[in-house]
Design a protein around this ligand. Structure first.
Ligand code: FAD
Length: 355
């Protein structure tokens, strides 16, 4: 009856160290330089957050005493720190400690946790609740959290009950004292839709502090670039055709000092009785979104913002999402699936960009 199509994520993502295949399976593809390298670069990669990371830096601007080891250690310790704070996959993370809290008292939190929640709440408001990190119980119920999914549609009564434990308005933030509190005891948060983007930004900023002026940082297919590549050209990436069948570039674009993120329905989903149930949950209904939107790619100054908007607009769908993205002047490419054909809709800000 049920075909679990997301074999890649369930089998590969969760196996520590076994991350290489994922380099070929991201929604945004790294495109190699067409010209020969003119400048020297260092390339780093490794596993993190159930996926992989990779970083390219142009070494021209580095001070002579900055070693490869310093850069690599800086990246890995930064990623480890973010993982230890924001993961729903680690019972000892700061986030999971907050999720287990049942009182309504204020909780002091790290600046990383606070920064991501603050950004999440802003996008929740702007998207009228389409983006909502408190959908966590429903993400888990549908099998898209740390526990593997079951092969049945959850009971409608359970969905209704769990919906009562959600709602971004039930999470209060105190900007002055950088603390947070629940307005209902069962509230919990899941930052999978935004924290990878945050991590990309943090790695980029730490590279800059080490004197790196030109780089490409990528975690699980969310990227941020600065400067030019080794061939002295703008960094170029490819937005993937949203299909599992054959990996190909749907559209190539330049990245100029900005971040990019894609959310889609074609990797992380279950197929139950011929119906696709993707990992993007509509916070209003508690069900995975059901529409013809196959992927949403967003560009922004920060990858955290791009990451969150990609999920928000995926929930909203190609029509409402397109209208809002245009109003907010976000550069966004929506790829829409009709049968096995794809069409796209780009916002004005996306069209104005150089490809
Ligand atoms: P995105 O489109 O960026 O996000 C989709 C996710 O957002 C959903 O899976 C769900 O969790 C959430 N979501 C769904 N609907 C909404 C909504 N309406 N509003 C807001 N959020 C929503 N995976 C592992 O397998 N093992 C790990 O050890 C692991 N550790 C992680 C640690 C951290 C700190 C983070 C951030 C993630 C970790 N992950 C781990 C998860 C994983 O790598 C991805 O982040 C996750 O699969 C979603 O990323 P995506 O780019 O596929 O989807």
């Amino acid at each position: 009856m049920t075909l679990v199509v997301n074999a890649r994520l369930n089998n590969t993502k969760r196996v520590a160290g076994d991350v290489l295949p994922l380099f070929f399976l991201f929604a945004i593809l790294l495109i190699s330089c067409t010209r020969q390298a003119e400048r020297s670069q260092w390339v780093f990669s490794g596993p993190t957050m159930g996926t992989s990371w990779s970083v390219k830096i142009i070494t021209d601007s580095l001070q002579s005493d900055t070693s490869r080891q310093t850069i690599e250690t800086g990246i890995t310790s930064q990623l480890e720190q973010i993982d230890s704070l924001l993961s729903t996959y680690r019972p000892d993370s700061e986030l999971m400690e907050f999720n287990r809290e049942r009182s309504l008292k204020w909780v002091d939190v790290s600046s990383s946790f606070y920064t991501v929640l603050e950004q999440a709440q802003e996008i929740s408001q702007l998207s009228n609740g389409a983006f909502d990190v408190t959908v966590s119980p429903l993400v888990n119920l549908w099998g898209f959290g740390p526990e593997l999914g079951k092969d049945t549609i959850p009971d409608a009564g359970v969905i209704t009950q769990l919906l009562k434990q959600t709602g971004y308005q039930n999470l209060e933030l105190d900007t002055e004292q950088q603390r947070i509190r629940k307005r209902i005891p069962e509230l919990s948060v899941d930052l999978s839709s935004i924290a990878k983007g945050f991590a990309v930004d943090q790695v980029a900023l730490s590279l800059e502090k080490l004197g790196v002026k030109e780089y490409l940082v990528e975690i699980g297919g969310e990227l941020r670039a600065k400067g030019r590549n080794a061939a002295n050209q703008a960094w170029r990436v490819g937005i993937e055709t949203p299909t599992l069948q054959l990996q190909s570039v749907y559209k190539a674009i330049q990245l100029v000092d900005e971040g990019i993120a894609t959310s889609g329905d074609y990797r992380n989903f279950y197929d139950i009785d011929g119906q696709r149930y993707s990992h993007t949950i509509d916070p209003e209904t508690g069900y995975p979104v059901k529409h013809d939107l196959a992927s949403v790619t967003v560009l922004a100054k920060s990858t955290m913002i791009a990451d969150a908007w990609a999920t928000a607009l995926s929930v909203m769908g190609a029509d409402k999402g397109y209208t809002l993205a245009n109003q907010l002047q976000l550069p966004v490419l929506f790829i829409i699936r009709t049968g096995d054909k794809y069409t796209d809709k780009a916002t004005s800000a996306f069209i104005r960009r150089k490809s």
